[in-house]
Design a protein around this ligand. Structure first.
Ligand code: AMP
Ligand code: MG
Length: 426
């Protein structure tokens, strides 16, 4: 195992990122710092395939047998031996029928053919299938209209997977397609990493809980609900520690409780300048935490570090900024912690933006976008309008982020922009 630098060393070590500036860190650099300081879960457990969706494999899955395990027909038609037609025959007698799961009774008669259904095993002696639409049936025989090439319409043994081959690698996160793939190998139990334990709480004196009446200056605590939704989709074990007022003692107690029982602690609020002071002292007392200003909008303040063995992410309080920072930093980090060493980056699509956008160079902006099918059938994007980081309704209207990198200034309508889909994440 490699020895990890402390977070403080990490922050002070400016190589290989010589342009490190603690006052305004580029998005990619923050991602790299986070990535270099993650300890994935190691504990494994064997679980039933039914429970495995979204879990990360702690073993390679190998093909237990060839798939398919016999040559079989890709069509409803007739199986025959192509060699027989070389002898000038264009008419073959039908001597039997084979259905999927019901092999031929008796043996294949040379110079004849058998009716065969999709998926049924090709009988020994036959090597080719002709689709039923391509022949004329005459009493008990078929007349060929055209001659297929040898091997046509036959799915060969092992064509999909060969026995012993690694089908899914350790560190792979199981999708619905993978469930089917694993089942197709006859495997009903898989070894996965244990679920990541994630605790979260909101901070702020102004937060009211649902069910109470709003006093002047109060807002309902919405961040815990968006985080609950996002984390539920990630398939982690969730501990909701509530809304905590800006009270150092209460915050300390909650952080200690979270650190004792979690792999990851997420908080929202309390990390922006002005507010950060006692949160900063507290976090530095309890662990090693860095406070960053990221060159991005929304989501400028971000805290990252460790409290005990738990990884800590201090997200900004603004409801939109919570989701942006989660998507841009926390999600990938959590996938690594779940046991995926190299999670696939979220796809970025280039599409035409139909609305003009005002944007300053020097920071990355994540504007809320609506990707829509235009009249000519191409996908285009428009903004949701007001991009203030408090406008939570913009996140509900949007289905993607329009990602405008540091070097991009104002965007004209009709220009191509990059978008990142929400689908499956937010
Ligand atoms: P902060 O980062 O704590 O300065 O909060 C920034 C803004 O986000 C303030 O307007 C807060 O009222 C708002 N905010 C903070 N936490 C929450 C929350 N849990 N739910 C809704 N709004 C919040
Ligand atoms: Mg606050």
């Amino acid at each position: 195992m490699t020895t990890k630098k402390s977070l403080i060393e990490l922050a002070n070590n400016t190589t290989p990122c010589d342009d490190y500036d603690p006052n305004s860190m580029p998005v990619d650099q923050a991602r790299q710092y986070i990535k270099s300081f993650l300890d994935p879960v190691e504990h494994k457990e064997s679980i039933n395939l039914h429970k495995a969706l979204g879990r990360v494999l702690a073993q390679d899955i190998r093909a237990t047998h060839n798939v398919p395990n016999h040559d079989n027909s890709a069509m409803d038609g007739y199986a025959f031996n192509a060699g027989d037609l070389n002898e000038g025959l264009t008419r073959l007698k039908v001597t039997g029928a084979i259905f999927a799961g019901n092999p031929l009774t008796g043996s294949f008669v040379k110079g004849a053919c058998v009716r065969i259904m999709t998926g049924a095993a090709i009988p020994i002696g036959a090597d080719t299938v002709i689709a039923q639409e391509r022949v004329e049936t005459l009493d008990d025989s078929i007349q060929f209209k055209d001659i297929p090439t040898r091997g046509a319409n036959v799915r060969l043994t092992g064509e999909d997977l060969q026995a012993g081959q690694v089908v899914l690698n350790i560190g792979h996160r199981i999708s619905p397609a993978d469930l089917g793939l694993i089942a197709s190998l006859g495997i009903g139990e898989v070894m996965v990493y244990r679920k990541l334990r994630v605790s979260f709480f909101s901070t702020g004196d102004e937060l009211a809980s649902i069910g109470s009446t709003l006093e002047t200056g109060q807002v309902y605590d919405s961040n815990r609900y968006t985080l609950f939704g996002i984390l539920s989709r990630m398939g982690v074990e969730i501990q909701d520690l509530g809304a905590i007022p800006d009270d150092p003692l209460l915050l300390e107690k909650t952080l200690i409780k979270a650190a004792e029982s979690s792999d990851v602690i997420l908080t929202s609020g309390g990390v922006s300048v002005g507010e950060a002071d006692y949160m900063k002292q507290l976090l530095q007392k309890l662990g090693q935490v860095l406070f960053w200003k990221i060159a991005m909008k929304p989501g400028r303040p971000l805290a990252f570090g460790k409290i005990g063995n738990a990884h800590y992410f201090g997200l900004p309080g603004n409801p939109v900024a919570v989701m942006v920072t989660f998507y841009q930093f926390v999600r990938q980090a959590m996938l690594v912690l779940m046991g995926q060493p190299n999670p696939a980056p979220t796809p970025m699509l280039n599409v035409i933006c139909t609305t003009p956008i005002r944007k300053l160079k020097g920071r990355t902006e994540f504007q809320r976008g609506i990707l829509f099918a235009s009249e000519d059938g191409n996908w285009e994007v428009k903004t949701t309008g007001n991009q203030s980081s408090g406008v939570l309704s913009s996140m509900s209207q949007a289905n993607c982020f329009i990602v405008l990198n540091d070097d991009i200034g104002n965007v004209e309508a009709g220009a191509t922009v990059k978008v990142q889909l929400f689908d499956g994440v937010i």
